[in-house]
Design a protein. Structure first.
Length: 330
């Protein structure tokens, strides 16, 4: 951390926002790469500066050009997923190739993974996948090995530093407490961590399920240790107009026993293998929650299970808006 950014963070910790911003701006103008990246982060989070996604994307690019490898990956993610401007896969891919050559490391790994995928110039999959129907009421579809082992590893490890025991807000106190239903560790792949390989995966899921990639919530990665489980539940949300109409599950590893995804309504148990994907509908034809979609993750008996979840909404989401508001159709 540079001396200027250290002082700026100190001022922010002391609730002197004006001084923190002044220090960071002066340092950025003097060419301090870390200060530029800090301003980008503040523009992204909306504190202590007002949120400005377009300026955040610009500043991350400026920090990348000044030599910040982490800022480069963030800019690439924002370029591709359309944060702060139109989605621009070709430019994001070109920036990734530049970052891979300049920094190596994670950028080079991401580029290698992308080059193994069969993608169009717009980052879309070139093939079509037909699922096997393995259950009715609810409809459950399965795609075997839709993801490669390397893609599964990339997705699972993308949030290792964020994994925490699953919690939920206590309705009485507002504090985070142990989740009463989900007994696992979990983390969400937010928009700044949506590497190009992850975005290519979400586009593949959208193509396979016949949905718009913008309908998907950020991917959640779950880790289950022996004895952990996800008790019977439904994925639909209460009092939500833009409902979760579909759930997509990605099985990220093998070598464990137990942990089947169980559907009590039709008695189906799904034991996914590495790279398998299942999808099931959460709503009835009239859009109301389908009680038959109730499901559970059975306890792990041996080993550990890694799973990714992507909930699909009825309409596209703006994930930067409060509570993920619906996007205006365009």
């Amino acid at each position: 951390m540079s001396e200027a950014t250290d002082r700026a963070r100190g001022a922010l910790a002391a609730n002197d926002n004006q001084r923190a911003v002044a220090i960071a701006v002066a340092a950025a103008q003097a060419g301090d790469t870390e200060a530029i990246a800090l301003l980008a982060l503040w523009r992204l989070t909306g504190h202590p500066l007002p949120r400005d996604l377009a300026d955040a994307r610009r500043l991350f690019g400026e920090a990348a050009d000044a030599g910040d490898a982490e800022a480069a990956l963030t800019e690439i993610a924002l370029l591709a997923n359309g944060t702060g401007g139109a989605s621009d896969w070709p430019t994001a891919l070109a920036r990734l190739a530049l970052a891979a050559k300049r920094f190596g490391g994670e950028a080079a790994k991401h580029l290698t993974l992308i080059e193994r995928m069969n993608l169009t110039e717009a980052g879309l999959p070139q093939q079509v996948w037909d699922p096997d129907v393995i259950g009715q009421q609810p409809s459950i579809r399965k795609w075997s090995a839709l993801l490669s082992p390397d893609e599964c590893e990339h997705l699972a490890t993308s949030v290792l530093d964020l994994l925490e025991p699953s919690t939920v807000a206590d309705p009485r106190t507002g504090r985070q407490i142990a989740h009463p239903v989900r007994r696992s560790s979990a983390a969400v792949v937010g928009p700044t961590r949506e590497s190009l390989p992850i975005q290519a995966i979400t586009r593949r899921l959208a193509a396979a399920t016949g949905t718009d990639v913008r309908q998907g919530e950020p991917i959640a990665v779950l880790h289950y240790a022996p004895g952990q489980e996800y008790l019977p539940h439904m994925d639909t949300l209460p009092n939500e107009r833009n409902q979760r109409i579909m759930t997509v599950l990605i099985y990220l590893n093998a070598g464990y026993s137990g942990g089947e995804t169980h559907f009590p309504a039709n008695g189906v148990n799904v034991s996914g293998q590495l790279g398998d994907v299942i999808a099931f509908d959460n709503v009835l034809p009239d859009g109301s929650p389908d009680p038959a979609s109730r499901h559970a993750g059975l306890p792990i008996r041996r080993g550990t299970k890694w799973l990714a979840t992507r909930w699909i909404r009825r309409e596209p989401l703006d994930i930067w808006a409060p509570r993920g508001q619906t996007l205006t159709p365009r």
